[in-house]
Design a protein around this ligand. Structure first.
Ligand code: GAP
Length: 512
């Protein structure tokens, strides 16, 4: 499918988050969880179309990982098998993985507003001429907002005389408790020193609520893979190098869930742990970096909106030998980028930890290498499924004042929740019967809409807004010669094809 012609200057297309969120609600993609009770911060429900979109992304990932994995450097398809592990595991899993001890963000509380902020999401402006004047903002605060706040405080609004600093600035840290005016506070000295805050959600198992039966909702899908590594090895015919893939829910008690579904407390991940010989880890790391970038490009994320960012030494956890993030330019990060997926070389840290804590041997005897014994190294491409849905929505959102809907969703046909709509021009003259017959044939293979009522302009507008790539219109000529018009969403161009070709047409267009 031809992408819609894009204006030369990308900024002409104003991708406004508020409008994207409103469309998601209006058309049934995403709702606030518990909406009728006023919502619950950090949780989201997926409506009829959002569920289809999420499933499409999940299924494409599963296809590219498990059903039809890529061709490896040796010219053969790489081996990857699937898994679906429990959300609640023995709590020792999370002790071994380090999540119980260390899965935390540094948090700052405000005594005045009772709000809590992630310390690494704050930045500080300090007046050069008066070192006692320090004001703090949440990262991403618009300059307008900053000025308003400075005005309220009766301070100079000339931002150039302020020095920007981060939480890591030790002087600022020291000053936090006395001089800094917090993001929503009216006077200085209301912020606490940063404190660690564990992100794992706790629950209790069984009838008696005591500290002895604490369990955790998984903070990532990855650990379910590591603890099943031996089961998979023993029960299937995989040999190193191979991968285990899993898609599912993860839970993190995020302090500041924000930016719609970007950072939520319940979300979905698509993670794959690729086990290999240590001497080949670097090669596989490079391989997966390229594969994963290509995946997002194939789904329609444009190159200018994607960035491969290597973690600096100060960002790497001690056991990692390298991490790249695939980042996307979301409207709320623009001109910057936000993480979509991480590709990490985790060495054999996780398997080592589980071997030590469980007492089970997790080493591998390699028949290809003279029965060498070793604990495989791991390359982990870890993507956010729900965050991926947000990237697809943001990429697709295309304001177009020239059409009745004023906007359309430019999904790649493979991701579109509905692949086509079947629209008889009028509800008489035998047209609805032909439309219904076509609908019954197509629905066996494709999610399609049959829409008979309303004027045709309104029906096109609805399909544009939900991102349906093709509309098949049945008219008088269809009755006469069995041809239909195909209206293509982006260009609105129309052509006629024979009814018998419709299935093939869709199949061809949807394929990546
Ligand atoms: N096993 C490694 C791991 O979990 P991560 O970077 O913490 O790594 C992987 O998470 C991906 O999961 C991220 O790149 C992001 O897309 C997604 N993700 C993480 N936290 C999230 C949250 N609070 N809300 C939505 N998606 C999140």
């Amino acid at each position: 499918m031809q992408p819609a012609e894009k204006p030369e200057n990308n900024t002409v297309i104003e991708k406004n988050m508020k409008e994207i969120v409103a469309l998601c609600k209006r058309r049934g993609f995403i709702f606030q969880a518990s909406d009728i009770y006023g919502g619950i911060n950090g949780f989201w429900d997926y409506g009829p179309l959002g569920t289809e979109l999420k499933n499409n992304l999940r299924d494409m990932w599963w296809k590219r990982m498990v059903l039809c994995p890529p061709i490896g450097p040796d010219g053969h398809p790489v081996q990857i098998v699937g898994l679906d592990s429990a959300i609640i595991q023995n709590p020792k899993v999370w002790v071994a993985s380090g999540h119980v001890g260390g899965f935390s963000d540094p948090m700052v509380d405000c005594k005045e507003t009772k709000k809590r902020y992630r310390a690494d999401h704050l930045f500080f402006l300090r007046e050069i001429n008066d070192l006692n004047k320090i004001v703090c903002f949440v990262d991403g605060t618009e300059e307008d907002e900053q000025r308003k706040k400075l005005k309220k405080l009766g301070w100079s609004q000339d931002l150039t005389v302020y020095k920007k600093a981060t939480i890591l600035d030790s002087v600022i840290q020291h000053d936090l408790t006395t001089k800094v005016v917090g993001p929503d506070a009216t006077k200085p000295g209301t912020l606490t020193e940063p404190k660690a805050f564990n992100l794992l959600f706790e629950t209790k198992i069984g009838a008696v609520a005591s500290d002895d039966n604490i369990a955790y909702l998984r903070g990532e899908t990855a650990q379910g893979i590591f603890v099943n590594y031996k089961n998979v090895m023993d029960s299937s015919r995989v040999k190193v190098p191979f991968g285990i893939a899993q898609v599912g829910k993860a839970f993190r008690n995020e302090v500041n869930p924000r930016n719609f579904i970007f950072r939520s407390r319940e979300f979905e991940q698509m993670e794959m742990e690729f086990f290999c010989h240590p001497s080949e880890a670097k090669m596989w790391f490079d391989f997966w970096k390229e594969e994963r970038k290509k995946f997002w490009q194939d789904l329609g994320l444009t190159t200018g909106n994607l960035l491969m960012r290597e973690h600096g030494a100060d960002e790497l956890v001690f056991y990692s030998k390298g991490t790249f993030d695939i980042e996307y330019k979301f409207p709320f990060t623009d001109p910057g980028f936000g993480e979509l997926e991480g590709i990490a070389y985790r060495t054999n840290y996780d398997l080592n930890q589980h071997q030590e804590h469980s007492g089970q041997k997790l080493d591998y005897i390699d028949p290809e290498r003279n029965n060498e014994r070793y604990i495989p190294h791991v390359i982990e491409p870890a993507a956010g499924l729900t965050r991926g849905v947000l990237a697809l929505l943001c990429e697709a959102f295309t304001p177009d004042p020239g059409r009745p809907s004023g906007v359309y969703l430019n999904f790649h046909p493979s991701m579109a929740p509905k692949k086509a709509a079947i629209l008889p021009l009028t509800a008489k003259d035998g047209q609805p019967e032909i439309a219904e017959k076509l609908y019954m044939e197509l629905r066996e293979e494709f999610p399609v809409d049959l829409d008979i009522k309303q004027n045709i302009g309104k029906r096109y507008a609805r399909q544009d807004e939900i991102g349906t790539p093709f509309c098949f219109t049945i008219d008088n000529q269809t009755v006469a010669d069995q041809t239909v018009t195909v209206r293509e969403r982006n260009t609105m161009a129309q052509e006629r094809i024979h009814l018998s070709q419709v299935g093939d047409y869709l199949r061809r267009k949807i394929k990546i």
